[in-house]
Design a protein around this ligand. Structure first.
Ligand code: PMP
Length: 295
């Protein structure tokens, strides 16, 4: 249930009931996936409702639009304000916020004449649940960054993510881990990826992955907590020798991985660097202090 009879949406500068919202079936976004979106979370923090990294998310939305060539006629600050108002109007505090920039009717493969902005929000649990995940290595690679703007969150890119997720579920796994076009570790269909080896975290560098805001937050947490972390390419073979691993993303937050292709990681999750990061992340989004002393 993403909306009820009472849900209010932000559509093109106005707050309207979801049941009255309409869209044109000839939208370029519907036919060609030519649109841009974001995924953001709000939390009931110790200081009231807080949209976590709101500026970073709306700046990425603006950047995605610029990279895709879709004009966005709003300032980041306006969209942040609209999101806070939206939460209030829907009486939401712990919520997932979904802004979508979509195009008007145009069946040609040309720049859009009309561009619209919609923001909605709903209560959503952790996207990949609370349990440790059994992950497979996807047969679907992440798209070639020379075919698309990999750093943009463009609607159509998510066909690749849906195919990978469906394949993983059909094979009986919880989630897919995707490789890049060179066969190196990349990311999940909707989350970035880290693994641990010998007391150090490793995550793929930017270039073939979405530059996740949670990934960036994890790097900040590691810096703060003196957890060594390296951004470098790694192979699936190296992963099979790793001690532990996790995914991170706005919707999934930080979620531990139990096994890859049915090979379990040797470290119990609670003893991993990922578990420390997971707790620090929860404290951070709730505005609690998260400093530890690692001995
Ligand atoms: N990779 C992909 C492909 C994603 O869709 C997401 C979710 N936006 C992420 C990584 C994680 O990004 P973020 O931490 O900004 O949510």
């Amino acid at each position: 249930m993403y909306y009820t009879n009472d849900t209010v949406l932000f559509v093109n500068g106005k707050f309207i009931p979801a049941r009255e919202a309409t869209t044109d079936l000839f939208s370029q976004t519907l036919h060609y996936g030519y649109g841009v979106f974001e995924g953001i979370r709000a939390y009931r923090s110790v200081n009231g409702t807080k949209i976590f990294k709101a500026k970073e998310h709306f700046e990425r939305l603006a950047k995605s639009c610029a990279l895709a060539g879709i004009p966005l006629n709003y300032h980041v600050e306006e969209l942040i304000q609209a999101s806070y108002q939206l939460l209030e109007k829907n009486n939401l505090s712990n919520a997932y916020i979904r802004p979508l920039v979509y195009c008007g009717p145009n069946m040609s493969l040309t720049a859009p004449k009309e561009v619209f902005v919609m923001i909605t929000a709903w209560e959503w649990g952790k996207y990949l649940g609370d349990q440790l995940l059994n992950v497979c290595i996807s047969s679907y690679q992440r798209p070639n960054p020379k075919s698309i703007k990999v750093e943009a969150k463009v609607c159509g890119h998510y066909v690749n993510s849906i195919m990978a997720t469906n394949e993983a579920r059909q094979r009986g796994f919880d989630e897919a881990l995707m490789l890049d076009m060179e066969g190196r570790l990349a990311e999940g269909p909707g989350a970035n990826f880290f693994f641990e080896k010998n007391g150090e975290l490793v995550t793929p560098p930017l270039g073939n992955i979405l530059p996740g805001i949670t990934r960036h937050t994890v790097l900040e947490i590691c810096h703060e907590l003196d957890i060594p972390v390296e951004q470098r390419h790694a192979t699936p073979e190296e992963l099979f020798e790793a001690d532990s691993a996790f995914f991170c993303g706005t919707a999934a937050e930080v979620v531990g991985i139990q096994s890859v292709e049915s090979q379990a990681f040797p470290k119990p999750w609670k003893k991993t660097l990922g578990a420390i990061v997971q707790e620090a992340y929860q404290n951070l989004v709730l505005d609690k202090s998260y400093s530890y002393v690692i001995v």
